[in-house]
Design a binder for this molecule. Structure first.
Ligand code: BES
Ligand code: ZN
Ligand code: ZN
Length: 475
């Protein structure tokens, strides 16, 4: 499917189907009003009405906000998916809205069918957008075009992340994810270094090594870097890459284990962000550090009661082997800070079920010490179409991860506030000079879905990619 921005008004663009976005107040004035009424079309969100002989698809919108247009473009592309209408056109809604339309089409039109013998064929060949304002007047084409291209790059990077996350643990084990990173580096002119088990051992990353110990696949640490000349900022991104999380000896119940291939979503988001940053040619240096391991069970498993010595020198009492992501991140965060003096440090992890309980399944939790940085994350979320909520640290919760026998415990002594205590655990591995520059994103809720919402279909959503691209452009 090819996306085209045409320097033309909607009426003059040739297409097999014209998509019209309408709210309920516009129905009255429409030529097709009687027909739409007969179909029961009211112009509500997620509603659509196809008048095939007239070459028209009406999609309802609550208003003309980015969220509403993204949803409507998603509805449109899904409705038209199988029709023999190779060329489809959309109205333009101005500079501030073009990205949402592109996202609706590219993200809403995503389907993961790698393991299906019969793939659903999409007959749409070209999707054309009019380069106009909401009023239908031509916008300056170059300005429109650069927003359009940027949105396409970000949306495609999001789908790249989705493809990786959706792949089975059979296919994506730590070395396979490292290979995916090398492939990306080669295609996008990034540098890529991979640390194998021996190198992790030499770095004394005993927390991460313990997590990966029971798997037949050795853990890996991936360092990807995008280094343009004269960068204005240096950014470090860290991702949790559990290619499978069985829980380890603190084994997950059968029902909770299903979908745990998605425990690599933080890692894959970092890969997608680097893909987009390099394709956009942003003037910032970006480093991605990804800890990849598989949390499994065998005679060599790490155990509740173990005390691990992390790379930073801190000792960690393990009381639950299912709180493994923070152990991996403890070492990767420390390594990342030793390698790069960054202006900002962001980490991404499907870290806690508690975050899903706190914010619901659609919203990522953001934590950190800098109020202004958290505010920037909220603003970026608004802009990007992702949802983010701040979870506040406090000194009382901090006490709950104290250990009687080690420097810190990997789980809280109380059952509530688990997303925050996990964030406070990570805080133990953030160096003093980085405290104000760090944000932790718990993407456990939105990273994966078993029912479609917004522009997300079944499976991985690519959470974190759009959000971070918006954030990076703000900093
Ligand atoms: N990967 C899980 C968190 C998770 C849960 C992600 C549900 C997505 C959906 C993580 O490693 C985990 O198991 N966390 C435990 C922590 C607990 C043992 C303190 C959890 O959330 O139950
Ligand atoms: Zn776990
Ligand atoms: Zn996990």
């Amino acid at each position: 499917m090819k996306l085209i921005l045409e320097n033309n008004v909607f009426a003059n663009i040739h297409a097999d189907i014209a998509v019209r976005m309408v709210d309920s107040s516009m129905l009255e004035a429409l030529e097709e009003r009687a027909l739409l009424e007969r179909f029961g079309f009211k112009g509500k969100s997620e509603e659509s009405c196809l008048l095939l002989e007239r070459g028209l698809l009406f999609c309802g919108v609550e208003d003309f906000s980015n969220d509403a247009l993204r949803q409507a473009a998603t509805t449109a592309i899904r409705t038209l998916w199988k029709l023999q209408t190779p060329r489809v056109k959309f109205e333009g809604f101005g500079l501030e809205r073009i990205a949402a339309l592109v996202e609706g089409v590219v993200l809403g039109g995503y389907r993961f069918e790698r393991y299906k013998s019969e793939k659903s064929e999409c007959a749409i060949r070209e999707v054309v957008f009019a380069s106009t304002s909401h009023e239908g007047v031509l916008e300056p084409y170059d300005a429109m075009k650069s927003r359009f291209e940027a949105a396409r790059i970000v949306a495609e990077a999001t789908n790249y992340t989705r493809d990786l996350v959706n792949a089975t643990p059979e296919e994506i084990y730590p070395e396979a994810l490292a290979q995916a990173a090398r492939d990306l580096a080669e295609r996008n002119d990034l540098t890529c270094t991979v640390l194998d088990e021996a190198a992790l051992d030499a770095e004394k990353m005993m927390a991460m090594l313990a997590v990966g110990r029971a798997s037949c696949h050795q853990p890996r640490l991936i360092h990807l870097a995008y280094t343009p000349q004269n960068p204005t900022k240096v950014i470090t991104l860290v991702g949790k890459g559990l290619t499978y999380d069985s829980g380890g000896l603190s084994l997950k119940p059968a029902a909770s284990m299903v979908t745990m291939k998605m425990d690599k979503a933080g890692a894959c988001a970092v890969l997608g962000i680097l893909k987009a940053v390099s394709e956009l040619g942003l003037p910032i240096e970006v480093h991605g550090f990804i800890g990849v391991a598989e949390n499994m069970v065998d005679a060599n498993s790490y155990k509740p009661d173990d005390v691990l010595r992390a790379r930073s020198g801190k000792s960690i009492e393990v009381r639950n082997t299912d709180a493994e992501g923070r152990l991996v991140l403890a070492d990767v965060l420390d390594y990342a800070q030793s390698q790069v003096q960054a202006d900002y440090l962001f980490d991404y992890a499907t870290l806690t079920g508690a975050c899903v309980v706190a914010l619901g399944p659609y919203t990522s939790g953001v934590m950190g010490h800098s109020e202004s940085l958290k505010a920037a994350a909220l603003q970026a979320a608004d802009q990007s179409g992702e949802l983010v909520g701040v979870l506040p640290f406090n000194r009382h919760l901090k006490k709950l991860i104290k250990s009687e026998i080690a420097d810190v415990c990997n789980v809280s002594s109380k059952p509530y506030g688990g997303a925050i205590t996990a964030g406070l655990f990570l805080d133990h591995f953030i160096r003093e000079e980085m405290k104000q520059k760090w944000l932790h994103f718990d993407i456990a809720g939105p990273a994966y879905t078993e029912s479609a919402w917004d522009c997300n279909s079944y499976g991985a959503t690519g959470a974190g990619v759009r959000l971070t691209l918006a954030l990076l452009q703000q900093l």
